[in-house]
Design a protein around this ligand. Structure first.
Ligand code: F6R
Length: 613
C-alpha cells in the first residue's frame, strides 16, 4: 500500500524523505517520487518502478532545501508509469500533493476542473486534488490560506485519503490530512515529520501523534497544529515508540521475513510479559472493562482477514473450551454485509497486525453501530482499528516489515490465548489455578520456539526438494485445521503455487480427487485426542500415492510409519500446539519460494497493509 513521508526541519529534506520512503518500501509499491522546496521552487521527480529508479533520476541533480514530501505508490487509478507517480502538481507547479487512498468522486471532480480550463497530465484521482487546492488558494474565502484551502478541498472529497501537501509560497509549512487511512506525526526538535507509519521516522524521533478521522495537521519547524476539517483546533495525545531502528533493519539476514521468523520467541515473550500478577490474576488492564460487563457477554465474534483470520479460529477454539461461550469467526470482508446479529452483550474481537485493514476497520465500525463491545488485538499503537474499538490489546510484536505475516501471526495467537484465559477467569468458568497453569504453559512457548527454530535444517532441505511442485495440500484437525489454512496461505503468497489447507476429515468429501502419485501433502499431526482419526486420514491419502510430510510430536511413533518425511516438534498442550506448528510452515514456505528465486519480503501483487475494501 502507498507510503507517504513529509518533512520540515533543518536537514537536507531530500535525504530525509528518501530514507523514509526506503523504510516504507515493505508496504509494497510500484512507483515513487519526491518534491523538495528549493529556493521557492518545488523540485519534483518521480519514477515508475523501485526507488533505485528514482535515485538514478535524481543522481547528478542538485536538490537543496529543508522541506519535502515523498511517496511510494501502489497503483489504483492509472497504471504505474512515471506520469502517474506522485507527487502531482497543479497547473503552475505551485502545489505538490501526495496521496494514499482512493477518491470516489474523482471523475466528477476532474470533469469540473477540465471544464474550468485546468490541464490534467495524469490518469490519477490525486491530480484533481492539486488543481482543486490551486483554485481554493487563488480565490474565494480561503484565498492565500493553504491550510484552509486543503480543508475546504477535503470536505468535497468522497472516499478515503491521506494527503500531504507542499506549496512553493510556504517554506515552513507541510499540510497533512486524513480520512479512513493512517497518518502519523513525528515530533522532533526543530523538525517535524509526517508518515504513513512510524517506521519512516524512528531514526529521527520516537515521539509521535496519530491523526484522527477527518483531521488536518499544519506541520512547521517549531511545532504542529491539528484541526478538524472546520478549522477547530483539536487536542490529542502523543505516544512514545518503544522500539528502535534496529528492529526495522535486516541485521544481516537476507530477508526481513527470515529475521522475523527468528524473532518469534522474543516476540511471544513481549506479548505475554507482565500479564500475570503474583496472585494468579491476569493483567489485561488496558481492556478497561468492568467484570460485570465481561460476565454479560453472551457471544463472541472474531473479525479478521488472512493470517489474522487463522489466528482467530484458534481463538475460537480456546474461548469455547475455556469459557463455554459461543464464538463465531468471520472474514471481515463478509461480516457487515450479511448483517450479523449483534447487540450490547456481544463481544467483537477485531484481530489485525496493522490495525489499518479496511475490511476489518469497517467490520469494527459496523459492530460499534450495533452497540457491540469491540476489542482490537493489534500490533500497531494508535492505529485506526485500535482507536475506533472500545479497547485495544497490543501484541507488542515489534515492527513486521516482510509482507507475509510471521511474528505478528505468532503474537496474535499468544494474544487470543491470553484473552481467552482472561475471559475464563473473570467469568469464573475456570478456576484461578487452572488459569495460572495454562498461563505457565504459555510462558514455556518462547523456549520451545527456540528449540523448534534450531531444528529447521531438515525442513529447509525438504522445501528445496519440493520447490518444483505446483500443488501442495495441507491437512489438520481441530487447532491444526487453521494452521493448515495458514501453511497453505504462506506457500501461495510466497511461492505462487496452488496450495490448499483443509480439515483432514473433509478430504474424503471431494479434495482427495486432487491426490495423485507424488502429490505433497503436509499433515499437522501433533499429539491430540483426534490423532487416531488423523492417522486414518494419512493412510487414506498415502494409499492414493500422496507424498506425506507429517509434523509430529517428539516421541510419538503412531504417525511415523505413514510419513515420507517427518518434522518433529517438542511436546506442549495440544490447544497451544499452533504456536509451534507455525514455525515449520513458515520455514517451508520461505525456503520453497527462495529456491524458486523469489523475493520473499515483497511477494508480487501484495501489500503489507490492505487499506482498500
Ligand atoms: C498473510 C498476511 C495477510 C494479513 C491480512 C490481514 O501473510 O500477511 O493475510 O494477515 O492482510 O492484515 P492485518 O493483520 O494487518 O489486518
Amino acid at each position: 500500500m502507498c507510503g507517504i513521508v513529509g518533512y520540515v526541519g533543518a536537514a537536507p529534506a531530500l535525504d530525509v524523505v528518501l530514507e523514509g520512503l526506503r523504510r516504507l518500501e515493505y508496504r509494497g509499491y510500484d512507483s515513487a517520487g519526491v518534491a523538495v522546496l528549493d529556493d521557492a521552487q518545488l523540485q519534483v521527480e518521480r519514477r515508475a518502478g523501485k526507488l533505485a529508479n528514482l535515485d538514478a533520476a535524481l543522481a547528478g541533480r542538485q536538490v537543496n532545501g529543508t522541506l519535502g514530501i515523498g511517496h511510494t505508490r501502489w497503483a489504483t487509478h492509472g497504471p504505474p508509469t512515471d506520469r502517474n507517480a506522485h507527487p502531482h502538481t497543479d497547473c503552475s507547479g505551485a502545489v505538490a500533493v501526495v496521496h494514499n487512498g482512493t477518491i470516489e468522486n474523482f471523475a466528477e471532480l476532474r470533469d469540473g476542473l477540465e471544464r474550468r480550463g485546468h490541464e490534467l497530465a495524469s490518469d490519477t484521482d490525486t491530480e484533481a486534488v492539486a488543481h482543486l487546492i490551486e483554485e481554493r488558494y487563488a480565490d474565494g474565502p480561503t484565498a492565500g490560506d493553504l491550510a484552509a484551502s486543503v480543508r475546504s478541498v477535503c470536505r468535497d472529497l468522497d472516499g478515503s485519503f491521506v494527503l500531504v501537501v507542499a506549496h512553493r509560497d510556504h517554506p515552513d509549512l507541510v499540510i497533512g490530512a486524513r480520512r479512513n487511512l493512517p497518518l502519523v506525526v513525528g515530533i522532533g526538535e526543530g523538525e517535524n515529520f509526517l508518515a504513513s507509519d512510524v517506521t519512516a521516522f524512528i531514526s529521527h524521533t520516537r515521539e509521535a501523534r496519530a491523526l484522527d478521522q477527518d483531521q488536518l495537521v499544519e506541520l512547521r519547524r517549531d511545532g504542529v497544529r491539528v484541526t478538524d476539517l472546520d478549522g477547530n483546533e483539536v487536542p490529542g495525545e502523543t505516544f512514545h515508540v518503544d522500539w528502535d531502528t534496529a528492529a526495522a533493519e535486516k541485521a544481516g539476514y537476507e530477508y526481513f521475513m527470515l529475521k522475523e521468523i527468528q524473532e518469534q520467541p522474543e516476540a511471544v515473550s513481549q506479548t505475554i510479559g507482565g500479564r500475570i500478577a503474583a496472585n494468579g490474576k491476569l493483567l489485561l488492564d488496558e481492556l478497561s472493562i468492568s467484570d460485570e460487563d465481561v460476565r454479560d457477554f453472551d457471544k463472541v465474534f472474531f473479525v479478521a482477514c488472512g493470517s489474522a483470520y487463522h489466528s482467530s479460529i484458534v481463538g475460537k477454539y480456546a474461548i469455547e473450551r475455556w469459557c463455554r461461550l459461543p464464538v463465531e469467526v468471520e472474514m471481515a470482508s463478509e461480516f457487515r454485509y450479511r448483517d450479523p446479529v449483534l447487540d450490547k452483550d456481544t463481544l467483537v474481537i477485531a484481530v489485525s497486525q496493522s490495525g489499518e485493514t479496511a475490511d476489518t476497520l469497517e467490520a469494527v465500525r459496523h459492530a460499534r453501530q450495533q452497540r457491540a463491545w469491540v476489542m482490537a488485538i493489534t500490533n500497531t499503537v494508535g492505529s485506526s482499528i485500535a482507536r475506533e474499538s472500545n479497547a485495544a490489546f497490543y501484541t507488542r510484536g515489534g515492527p513486521e516489515i516482510a509482507v507475509a505475516s510471521t511474528k505478528a501471526t505468532m503474537t496474535q495467537l499468544a494474544a487470543v490465548y491470553l484473552v481467552g484465559l482472561f475471559l475464563a477467569q473473570v467469568r469464573g468458568t475456570r478456576e484461578d489455578d487452572e488459569v495460572r497453569s495454562h498461563f505457565h504453559d504459555l510462558a514455556t512457548i518462547p523456549e520451545l520456539l527456540r528449540d523448534v527454530l534450531g531444528r529447521m535444517d531438515g525442513t529447509r532441505k525438504l522445501a528445496r526438494e519440493l520447490a518444483n511442485e505446483e500443488r501442495v495440500l495441507f491437512l489438520g484437525r481441530h487447532v491444526g485445521y487453521p494452521m493448515a489454512l495458514e501453511g497453505a496461505l504462506k506457500l501461495k503468497e510466497l511461492a505462487y503455487v496452488s496450495a490448499e489447507g483443509m480439515p483432514a476429515g473433509e478430504i474424503k468429501h471431494g479434495p482427495i480427487a486432487l491426490i495423485e502419485k507424488g502429490t505433497p501433502v503436509v499433515v499437522l499431526a501433533t499429539r491430540h485426542a483426534l490423532q487416531p482419526k488423523l492417522v486414518t486420514n494419512i493412510q487414506e491419502i498415502r494409499a492414493r500415492g500422496a507424498r506425506t510430510i507429517v509434523i509430529a510430536t517428539d516421541g510419538d511413533d503412531t504417525v511415523a510409519p505413514y510419513a515420507d518425511h517427518l518434522i518433529r516438534l517438542p511436546d506442549t498442550k495440544s490447544l497451544l500446539s499452533p504456536l509451534l506448528m507455525l514455525v515449520p510452515l513458515q520455514v517451508l514456505a520461505a525456503e520453497f519460494a527462495m529456491a524458486r528465486g523469489l523475493d520473499i519480503d515483497q511477494p508480487r501483487n501484495l501489500a503489507k497493509s490492505v487499506t482498500v475494501e
